[in-house]
Design a protein around this ligand. Structure first.
Ligand SMILES: Nc1ncnc2c1ncn2[C@@H]1O[C@H](COP(=O)(O)OP(=O)(O)OP(=O)(O)O)[C@@H](O)[C@H]1O
Length: 273
């Protein structure tokens, strides 16, 4: 489904946003995880044919993102992180405009829009101006557009950034109902764990690790995170990793926590914010 080889993007000012990114994924939902500036949006924009790479090759659904971009655009939908609804237009109007712009007849667009709005839980507010909707609902309008499109693959760039915890859970439940394949970017480790079968971790434009959560955490199997001692320093906290057995001896002298995906960033010098 996604094959990326040696993908590199150097912006005009010399910023190396992606540096030899190579991975492939055939999962239903793939998360691209990384801290601010890791290169997630750059990667999404290249994969969704909105930005040319400097070097390397990417194929989505078997199509080259540069050479076969027009064919690919019919099969994908991309929802950028900065997407904002038009304040005076309603969710129903957003969806029908979007689907007709993609080539649906008005009657098909209306039918698909109504179905998606019901499925996503926006039916009650389908005719309200988007200005009158909550932040979570506005974000859901865009996820509903993606859902209604029946695209084979949907790119969602940071779909829950800035949402309160309840709105985030609502958007998660919508993403779970989407039948299309999904590639999403996120800063949130728990989001990647909750929604995706596979995770690509980016740091400074490179792939730090890739796999299922279990595969990613395999290098830390049997270990715990110890805060209060050690030579890695995050903010003012010293951190080290120890075997569970050894950590028993220092109970009471340091804080001991189970390991998580965050620890892979710490180990790679790419600590999350
Ligand atoms: N048009 C541009 N010109 C120059 N540099 C850019 C441009 N767009 C992004 N960058 C830089 O490329 C790097 C990667 O940016 P990108 O937006 O892909 O990261 P990100 O992981 O999506 O970050 P965030 O989580 O903050 O959205 C950053 O250093 C950023 O400043």
């Amino acid at each position: 489904m996604i094959e990326v080889e040696d993908l590199t993007k150097i912006y005009r000012d010399g910023t190396v946003a992606l540096n030899g990114v190579t991975f492939s994924s055939y999962s239903k939902v793939l998360s691209v995880l990384g801290r601010n500036g890791a290169g997630k949006t750059t990667l999404m924009r290249i994969l969704s044919t909105q930005l040319l790479p400097t070097k390397g090759v990417a194929r989505i659904l078997g199509l080259d993102v540069v050479k076969e971009d027009r064919r690919l655009r019919d099969l994908i939908v991309s929802i950028p992180q900065e997407a904002k609804p038009v304040g005076f237009a309603s969710p129903l109007e957003h969806l029908t405009m979007f689907l007709t712009a993609r080539g649906s007849s008005i009657s098909n667009a209306l039918e698909d829009s109504r179905r998606a709005l019901k499925e996503i839980g926006l039916w009650e507010v389908k005719d309200k101006p988007c200005d009158d909707l909550s932040g979570g609902m506005k974000r859901k309008v865009f996820v509903a557009m993606a859902l209604a499109s029946n695209a084979e693959l949907i790119f969602l760039d940071e779909p829950t950034t800035g949402l309160d915890p309840i709105s985030r859970l609502e958007v998660w439940s919508v993403i779970r109902t989407i039948r299309s394949k999904v590639v999403l970017t996120t800063h949130y480790m728990e989001e990647a764990e909750e929604l995706s079968q596979e995770i690509v971790m980016l740091g400074k434009g490179k792939v730090i690790a890739k796999g299922t959560k279990e595969e990613l955490l395999a290098p830390l199997k049997g270990k715990v995170r110890v805060e209060g001692i050690g030579d890695r320093v995050i903010g003012r906290t010293q951190i080290t990793y120890m075997d569970k057995e050894s950590a028993r001896e220092i109970v009471g002298k340091a804080v001991i926590k189970p390991v998580s995906l965050e620890d892979l960033f710490i180990i790679n010098g790419e600590e999350m914010n």
